[in-house]
Design a protein around this ligand. Structure first.
Ligand code: CUA
Length: 223
């Protein structure tokens, strides 16, 4: 019925569209259900009636109009999702079998790998099958440009709460733009079947204030 709470303006819009489409679906289901149910009480009047121009006009045009009501907001969303609003930060994410690696090329080309924490090494504060050793750190309320690619097979960089889902394809560079509207952790998983450990290459975003982000990036440059 419902999606996870949104962590970005994009996902909020996607949730609104989901609710809109679901509402139309419920209306159609109730209408058709009522029609089907009424057939049980059919009195077989008009059994020699073979055509009706008026009703055919109505049930041709009505579904067409209904589809337009879904298609136009959907089209609007596609364009909003594709917009890049002056990103303050560009990050590269590279898919591997089976882990992600990140590059912050705006700052002396910082790069690191991000592996899932194995179950036998879990600490009490870790999240089972979802946590990683090195998280992707970003400042909140800022536009991020993410460039995604892969070195071996197709992976998919997916974070449901942020409304981001983009394939990491070998030989291609894909681009997404997003922002977070609060601090916190955002979890995601690879969503292209990429081999034996497909389920074990999660993505974690650590969204922090820009002040702490600068602290973090300075530490990373020192290393
Ligand atoms: Cu990488 Cu599935």
């Amino acid at each position: 019925m419902f999606l996870q709470d949104s962590g970005s303006p994009l996902m909020e819009q996607l949730s609104f569209f989901h609710d809109h489409a679901l509402l139309i679906l419920v209306i159609i289901t109730v209408l058709v259900g009522q029609l089907l149910f009424s057939l049980f009480f059919n009195k077989y009047t008009h059994r020699f009636l073979l055509e009706g121009q008026t009703i055919e006009m109505i049930w041709t045009i009505l579904p067409a109009v209904t589809l337009i009501f879904i298609a136009l907001p959907s089209l609007r969303l596609i364009y909003i999702l594709d917009e890049i609003n002056n990103p303050i930060l560009s990050i590269k994410s590279i898919g591997h079998q089976w882990y992600w690696s990140y590059e912050y090329s705006d700052f002396k080309n910082i790069e690191f790998d991000s592996y899932m924490i194995p179950i036998n090494e879990l600490k009490s504060f870790n999240f089972r099958l979802l946590d990683v050793d090195n998280r992707m750190v970003i400042p909140f309320e800022s536009q991020i440009r993410l460039l995604v690619t892969s070195t071996d097979v197709i992976h998919s960089w997916t974070i449901p709460a942020l409304g981001v889902k983009i394939d990491a394809t070998p030989g291609r560079l894909n681009q997404v733009s997003f922002s977070t509207n609060r601090s916190g952790l955002f979890f995601g998983q690879c969503s292209e079947i990429c081999g034996a450990n497909h389920s074990f290459m999660p993505i974690v975003i650590e969204s922090i204030s820009s002040k702490y982000f600068i602290n973090w990036i300075s530490k990373m440059i020192e290393i």
